[in-house]
Design a protein around this ligand. Structure first.
Ligand SMILES: C[S@@+](CC[C@H](N)C(=O)[O-])C[C@H]1O[C@@H](n2cnc3c(N)ncnc32)[C@H](O)[C@@H]1O
Length: 187
């Protein structure tokens, strides 16, 4: 099992890799699936926390050019990479540590919250609990372990067990062999 990693750890790791790995392959497939789902929910303002790759934001902004999209990641490499690829005037970037600053977010400003990286966040449940009741939430949860994965949820039952008392989970869909896409509302 991996563990909670610091910003310094991510910064060092991200400098070693081609960050575009998070924009292609299974990440691209997931972005295609999720962006269609997002379009059908017709949001006006989206917050994506601990985003990593920017392919999802790019696709959403192509399909919904007027949507406001706030892209959060605490890694300067991720932010710079996304900034170079997303040219929309409707995107904003916030580089704070969501595990430490989730109480400072004005959640009311967003009508859809997305997270494809909950397994990296120590306060996953607290963050979801902080979101006001009735907000739409889309999650992507991988079934694999990694050095920076704090927990691994492999089955729908494990996802329900961890988040079912915080979220009204409407649907869980397999997307590639790795990800489960969770459509939910906060309770
Ligand atoms: C690169 S993605 C990993 C892949 C991701 N699980 C996926 O399915 O696309 C994870 C991102 O979470 C970011 N991250 C991790 N902890 C964070 C935190 N506490 N606050 C903000 N961003 C965080 C990292 O900087 C990294 O870019």
């Amino acid at each position: 099992m991996g563990e909670k990693r610091s910003l310094a750890w991510y910064f060092a790791e991200h400098q070693k890799i081609d960050f575009d790995i998070f924009n292609r392959g299974i990440h691209l497939k997931r972005a295609e699936f999720l962006s269609d789902l997002i379009v059908s929910s017709n949001p006006h303002s989206i917050l994506e926390i601990a985003a990593g790759g920017s392919i999802l934001a790019q696709q959403v902004l192509q399909k919904l050019p007027d949507v406001k999209y706030c892209f959060n990641d605490f890694s300067p490499v991720a932010l710079e990479h996304a900034g170079a690829r997303i040219k929309s005037k409707n995107v904003s970037f916030i580089g704070f540590d969501i595990d430490n600053f989730y109480e400072a977010i004005i959640w009311e400003d967003y009508d859809l919250i997305i997270c494809v990286s909950l397994e990296h966040l120590e306060h996953d449940k607290e963050i979801l609990q902080e979101i006001p009741k009735g907000k739409k939430v889309f999650l992507s949860i991988p079934n694999i372990d990694a050095l920076d994965h704090i927990r691994v949820l492999k089955t729908n039952e494990e996802i329900m067990e961890r988040y079912g008392s915080i979220l009204n989970i409407r649907k869980i869909t397999d997307c590639t062999k790795i990800f489960k896409i969770v459509e939910a509302w906060t309770i």
